[in-house]
Write a protein that binds this ligand. Structure first.
Ligand code: FES
Ligand code: FES
Length: 168
């Protein structure tokens, strides 16, 4: 786990956050109004999670909390006290990619890649919860994640292939 990137100013109210991120316990102070997205990126140093709209509209900042997908730009860091967070950095096992990451590579589903971590986390939550989803459930589960580049065909194909592999 990377260490804190920058010292926090000493004249703002802080809250202490204790949580588990990608299997490791993290204890860190954050400003009381710090979003989970900022906490992850700027305090914990996990920059895989991306912020784009910062309004809960695009899904780029999606992480899993206790296995459920959330938009981290809309949560306060203080809300994750005692909870378990998975970010895109937590999916690979050493050099072995998660199956969804693998299929994104295989189908060329990332162009600029900005939406990719959020899409992968949404897909991971979906396939964790329901390995026998229908095509329409798959499409519905991904509709909260906006890609500004690709037109979605290769993204959906990547998730479809991951789904098939997990089922078989
Ligand atoms: S950055 Fe959080 S939903 Fe767009
Ligand atoms: S690959 Fe660029 S936003 Fe999706």
């Amino acid at each position: 786990m990377p260490s804190a990137l920058a010292p926090l100013p000493d004249d703002i109210p802080l809250t202490r956050i204790t949580c588990t991120i990608n299997g490791e316990q993290v204890v860190a102070d954050a400003p009381v109004d710090c979003t989970l997205l900022t906490f992850l990126r700027d305090i914990v140093g996990l920059t895989g999670t991306k912020g784009a709209c910062l309004e809960g509209e695009c899904g780029s900042c999606t992480v899993l909390i206790d296995g459920k997908p959330v938009t981290s730009c809309l949560m306060l860091a203080g809300q994750v006290n005692g909870r378990t967070i998975t970010t895109v950095e937590g999916l690979a096992d050493g050099d072995a990619l998660d199956v969804i990451q693998e299929k994104f590579v295989e189908t060329g589903a990332a162009q600029c890649g900005y939406c990719t971590p959020g899409l992968i986390m949404s897909a991971r939550a979906l396939l964790n919860d329901n390995p026998s989803i229908s095509e329409s459930e798959l499409l519905t589960a991904l509709e909260g994640n906006i890609c500004r580049c690709t037109g979605y065909a290769s993204i959906v194909e990547a998730v479809r292939r991951a789904h098939r592999e997990l089922k078989s």
